[in-house]
Every structure is written in structure tokens, then in C-alpha cells.
Write a protein that binds this ligand. Sequence first.
Ligand code: ADP
Ligand code: MG
Length: 723
Amino acid sequence: MIELSNQLEEVKGIGPRFIERLKKLNIKIVKDLLWHFPTRYEDFSKIIKISDLKINQRATVSGIIKQVKLKRTWKRRMFILEALVADDTGSIKAIWFNGRYLLPIIKKGKFINLAGKITENSKEGLIMSHPVYEIVNQQFISEDAELTGGQQFDTKHTGRIVPIYPETKGLTSKGFRYLIKPILENLEIAEEFLPENILKENNFPEINEALNSIHFPKESGEAKSAKKRFAFEDLFLLNLINLQTKLKIGQQKAIAFKEDIDFIRKLLEKLPFELTLSQKKSLWEILQDMAKFHPMNRLLQGDVGSGKTIVAAIAALVSAKAGKQTAFMAPTEILARQHYFTFQKFFSDFSGGVGLITSKETKIFYGDGLESEIKKTELLKKISSGEIKIVFGTHSLIQKNIKFGELSLVIIDEQHRFGVRQRAELLKNEKSDFSSHFLSMSATPIPRTLTLTIFGDLDLSIIDELPKNRKPIITKVVAPSNRDKAYAFIRGQVKKGRQTFVVCPRIERTTDNEQEAAAASYKSFINLDVKAVKEEYEKLEKKIFPDLKVKMLHGKMKQKEKNQIMNDFKDKKIDILVSTSVIEVGVDVPNAAIMMIEGADRFGLAQLYQFRGRVGRGEHQSFCFLFTDSLSKETYRRLYSIVEAKNGFELAEKDLEIRGPGEFLGQSQTGYPDLSMKAIQNPDLVKSSREAAQKLLGDDMKLKEHPLLKRKLEEFEKEIHLE
Ligand code: ADP
Ligand code: MG
């Protein structure tokens, strides 16, 4: 018997070449293979009598091979295999180009099933070209076969509903069927880990049945409920992890910061603007959380430029007022510096001690107007003694063993990379029984259903409006023929003192392989001629704008270089900055009024939306140009949804629809299984899985009564790298 945990090498009949190819798909053990689910099915279940066949029909015929011929084409280059197959009503010709290899298989006198499209050929009448074939064992053919449409033959490829798998080079659907069928027949019974009442309530098939039906369903309804079960399973497990974490955090202790309205009011009075309504609401939610004796665990979501940073900064000041520390973390050093300087700008009189740590510099200020460089070791000492109350840096602040004296608040800007448990881990303090409060910020607008599942452990605050003084950004999709006009316009803006961002999809031209891979994932809307930053930079700097200051920024440059360029850009020493998506997150340059995006069709809508958010931050009218070389209607339709979108959330819904959650979030970032990513789009399933998880944990938080489920959950966590 075969077990789910068996290595594929241990399974009889899987040759090394298959193993090799499967490894490329990350399929190593039996379970991986069986969880490689069909994307769709082809219904070849009805065996049609040859005399009843019609042109363009997709059908299975069953008969005996009467004649086999190998013909050469007129150029004598190619062999065509022709087989005449007859049932009791007539005969049909099947042909395979380059079919010489089939000679030992397709032999006169054998019984065969052929499945595929019926076409017409002027000379021969109806034929089947490259049908799926399957030699069937003669002894199974009985009179009943006629009555049941041939279903009781134990076929893999014909005469049944046939699974179609996601394919790769060298591994066809036929190959997968060939591998999977015998494994299912010899599989050790798998243990059911879903509680029985959940199966019953949802009408789900039990796991062994589900496995059989998802691969080789007897009818299409069976495949559907099996798929639903597996999708539910993943969502259910994700929800269990999230909710369990949430419950655990709810049991931890944290410092409670009493609300102090007067203090907050004074802080707000220092700001040169009034908070928007949703900023106030979010701030209030955060302060309520921080006033509790349990850690806050909250996600603050809001479009780029909606003013999340200031809200988070106030939370940090509340903690500092009570003498406690905050770690304020950004995804890049550029952003960490920016947050530090923003903080300094608004709260220059804050005397609690503020520090900045990056790989290249360490700074502090104490609100006395003096800022000083300080040795890193000195700063670390001041952090561990608790003298410095607010520390800005990258994620390494927490990860690289920087010891805080009295850390009580952890703020993370733009995090998707942390798993649930990892987030929970961040809150724990080595030095005390008190966990930190946790505030996570994200400018990636994520549809609510998705947030509930992916970030289900977090409470949610949303800033869904921009500060009032913002002018809408004028957005245009630019066709190749209008390129020169757009360049002329940009030149005019630069002459007026404005600055321009240019974003390109990749650093260098992609290799063929990468293009193939990308093509496979993006499918229809890919523009294979990828604009490269370096090329684009050279073109703009030498040919188009030789009189302007053009510079380049990309992720492979040294940090110091990047900082230098960003600073020069901020100081208006650069007119046009050509970059990859490194500038995607958070950079604030109010004088930049033009965002020009090359190969716009290559980016997701949510990403484009983020890019656009880099401009329109100052008093000037801003513009966004979406350049595309694609002339397809689909591309235009997609890009115009940016022009029309009212806010990021609306766009995110659309993007999710078009690309699916995997692409949407970046599969590599989430590591979530494909099926659950798709399932997240099904609101009913999201809801029922969440409710089921809630109910179960309500009765049995530690899953003591469900040991199998508990074990499964641990495995699942490892699989999706949440540990
Ligand atoms: P986010 O982090 O959400 O992208 P920021 O916090 O960086 O946005 O804010 C963008 C800009 O808007 C900053 O320059 C900030 O000072 C300013 N800002 C924030 N809130 C307001 C407001 N209520 N009114 C006017 N300007 C604001
Ligand atoms: Mg920001």
C-alpha cells in the first residue's frame, strides 16, 4: 500500500524522468502529487456510436482497430499514423502526425477508445485528428458496457469525465492521469481530520472519497463537492491559525495606556493640518486598543498618502509619554529615514529621545534642536537602557537582536512578509511578562474578504479618504503613437520646476526562460518586450532629455548609492528618476508631479495604483502616464480602470477578479496553496469556514479533542511557512 508521506521514488512505476519533472513542480511525495488537482474536466463519459457522430463534437468512440497504416507526407519528412476504428454502426479514421512512435501500441485487432474533436476532411469524411487514445482490455467489454456507456471500463483518459491538470513541459494531463490513477487504487486509507459535524453540515465528502472524486469523478457534481471540500479545508485551517493566534494574544498581558484626551489634543494642535475623519476614527480605535491590558494587534489600511504615518506616530508618542518604547519599522532604509525625518519635522520638540538605525548611519535627536550622529554601539546601549523612546529602522530592528529596555509598541509599515505566528512572536518581550502592542500599516488595498482570511488575526482600521487639499491626479493611457507628445509635456513640466518618476518593470531584459515563466502566469496580458530600467535610463538620458538631469535607481544598487540618489531627488538635484518598483512603497517627494509608467500592462492594477500614489502629494497638479506598447482592447480596458477608480479598495476588488489572489498578493509572499487562494474569492466559503473555525475554537481552543486536526494544523503551518 502507498502512503501519502511516501517519497515518489518509493512508488513502483514512476520512472526517474517523471520524478525529475515532478520535482520542478515541487512535487516530491505522494501527497504533493495527489494534491496536484485538476484545473478542469473534459466530459468524455458518453461513448457515442460512430454513426451518430457530428462535426465539431467532442466525443469518445469505442471500437476495434481494423487497419493501421503509416504514411509519409509528400515531402517525405513526416510520418502520419492512420488507424481505422469500427464499432457496430460504422467506422472512423483517426490520424496522428509524427505518429510513428504509436506503432507498437495501436495495433490491428485491439480494442481502443478515442476521445477528442470530430473534424471533417474533404477526402475521408469525418476523422479524429490527434485524439486521446486508450487501449482497453478486451475482457472487460461486456454487453452491459453498451447500457452504461462504457463506464465500467476502468479507463483513465477516455470513456469518463477526464481530469485536465495544470501542465508543464514534459508532463501532460495524460501523464498525470497515468501516475495518479494507480496510486489512488493502492492508497492506504487517509485519516479524516475534519470533524464529522463539519462534514455533515456542509455536505462534504469524506477525505478518501474526495480524493478519488477530485481526480476521477463519476459525474461532475462529485468533482465539484470534492473541490469545495478541499478549498474549505485550506480556508478552515488558515482561519484556525488566525483565530487561535488571536485568542492567544487576547490572553497575553500588555501595558495599558490610559486615554489622555488633553495630551492628544495638544499633539494634534501642533500639526499644520487637521486629521481627516477616518484618520481620527482609526486613531481612536488604536488608542482604545492601547488602553487595554491585552496587546493590540491591529492592521491600519489606507491608500498611499492617506496619512497613516502620522496616526502611528501619535500612538508612539502616547507610549513614550508613559516612559515606554516604540520600534517603528519600515521595509527599506530609505523609508525608515523618511519616517524619522517626518517625525522630526512634526514633533521637533519631542524630548523623549528618537533614534534612527540603518546599516550606514545612526542618529538621535532629543527635541533640543540638535541632532547628532552617534556610534551604533552607543545607540544600542541607549535603546537597551530605555533612554531612547522611539526607534526608526527596518524590520531588522526586531529580528536582529536589538534589545529594548521597555518595548511596548511595535509599528510595522508595509508588511506582508510576516506570517501570523511570526507576528505573534514579535509581540513577546524577553525581559518582561508584558507583550508589546502591535500596529501594522499597509497601503496595499486588499479586499475585505481577503483581509479577513490572510490577516484574520488582526483587527482592522481603514483610512478610506485622502486629505482634503489633494487635487485628483490626471491619468492618461498613452499609446505608442503619442509617446513624443507625452515626452514634450514632461519636458514642459520639468521646465516649470516639477520632477518626474519613471517606473519600468525589470532591471535588465529578461531571459527567454523568465519570459516563458512569466507568460505562463500572466497569460493574456503580458507584453514580452519588457522595458528595462537600464535601457530606458540610457534612452531618456542620452536621446530624449539630454538637457535634463536623469538618474537611475534600482534594487541591485548599493544602499548608500540609493540613499544618495533619493536624497538628491528630494533636494531637486534630479529632474527625472528612472527606477524599478523599489520606489513602490511610501517615498514622499511632494515636488514630484509626474509619474510615468513604462510597460504599464505588465503591472497589476493595485501596483499601478500604488505607483501613482507617489505623485499628487504636494500643491501642484499631478499627472500619471501609463505607457503601453500593447494595442489589445483588454489591456486598455484594464488600464482604464485606474483612470476611473475612486479608491484603492475598489480597484483591488477588480484586480483580484482579473488576476486571482495568487498574483494579486504575489504567491511567493504568501506561500498559500493555490486552491485556498482561489477559494478566498468565494465569500460563502470564507464565511462558513470562518464560522466553523470560530465555533470549534470556542469549545476547544487548544484542539485537545481533535488531535488529528491539531497535527494537520501543524503540518499546514509548515507547508505555508507561517512558522
Ligand atoms: P501614508 O503613509 O498613508 O502613505 P503619509 O502618512 O506619508 O501617508 O502622508 C502623506 C502626506 O500627507 C504627508 O506629507 C503627511 O504629512 C500629509 N498628511 C497626513 N495627514 C494629513 C491631513 N489630514 N491633511 C493634510 N495632510 C496630511
Ligand atoms: Mg507610508
